[in-house]
Design a protein around this ligand. Structure first.
Ligand code: TPP
Ligand code: MG
Length: 221
């Protein structure tokens, strides 16, 4: 344990606290739920932030498809988990790309009045794939910039859910607390920056000891 603690000191998770971003939202969800929620995830950067920044206390409270990478898994998993554990706050951390894959299940949640909270980390891109195009393929973006005109709030309201659009951590906190209070299916569309990256990361083929983050990248330049 001492050894692991020393790693945490030597390689701290660093992220910007000034703008709305994934790690900050996860930290806020942890704070509000006191670490007692069940968290499900889709696949991508948001999945990594969920795993990194929510401090899970008990086994089987993180439901994720892991490396199988099943985009769209999260919302169904969230509905299932809530049906099984009505006593728990159950939250899906979704990407905007993943939400597009399975968003119709919001209608299932409202039809059976299953009070899940769908939190969309909306960076308007297939962020995880774009991160690699950015760092290893000279910013040659292919099929990763979604940038369309879909309004997730209207779509969710159209399926009978309560929906919020948030741009700041204060707005997020208010919406998330209200969603818990209301106890009905809720969707929170969180606008985050498309340039955000998941760090630390390891380059393809490199050793784990070669892990780097934003600061390492800046120092290299
Ligand atoms: C069906 C499917 N297509 C493509 C992929 C490859 N893939 C992995 S993560 C990802 C991006 C997901 O985008 P989004 O849901 O917006 O999450 P973000 O990384 O932006 O947080 C993609 C396309 C996949 N895992 N499954
Ligand atoms: Mg995205």
């Amino acid at each position: 344990m001492e050894h692991i603690k020393s790693y945490k000191l030597d390689y701290p998770m660093r992220y910007n606290r000034d703008i709305l971003n994934g790690p900050l939202i996860m930290e806020k969800i942890y704070e509000i739920t006191n670490g007692d929620a069940i968290i499900t995830t889709d696949v991508g950067q948001h999945q990594m932030w969920a795993a990194q920044h929510y401090k899970f206390k008990e086994p089987r409270t993180l439901l994720t498809s892991g490396g199988l990478g099943t985009m769209g898994y999260g919302l169904g998993a969230c509905i299932g988990a809530k049906v099984g554990r009505k006593d728990k706050t159950v939250v899906n951390i979704a990407g905007d790309g993943c939400f597009r894959m399975n968003m119709n299940e919001v209608a299932t949640a409202t039809r059976y009045n299953i009070p899940i909270i769908e939190v969309i980390f909306n960076n308007h891109v297939l962020g995880m794939v774009r991160q690699w195009q950015d760092l290893f393929y000279g910013k040659r973006y292919s099929a990763t910039v979604l940038d369309d005109q879909v309004d997730f709030v209207k779509v969710s309201e159209g399926m009978g859910a309560k929906a919020y659009s948030v741009d700041t951590i204060e707005e997020f906190e208010k919406a998330f607390k209200e969603a818990i209070e209301l106890n009905i299916p809720c969707v929170i569309d969180c606008h985050i920056d498309r340039e955000d990256k998941v760090f630390p990361m390891v380059s393809p083929g490199a050793a784990i000891s070669e892990a780097f983050d934003r600061e390492d990248l800046n120092n290299k330049k």
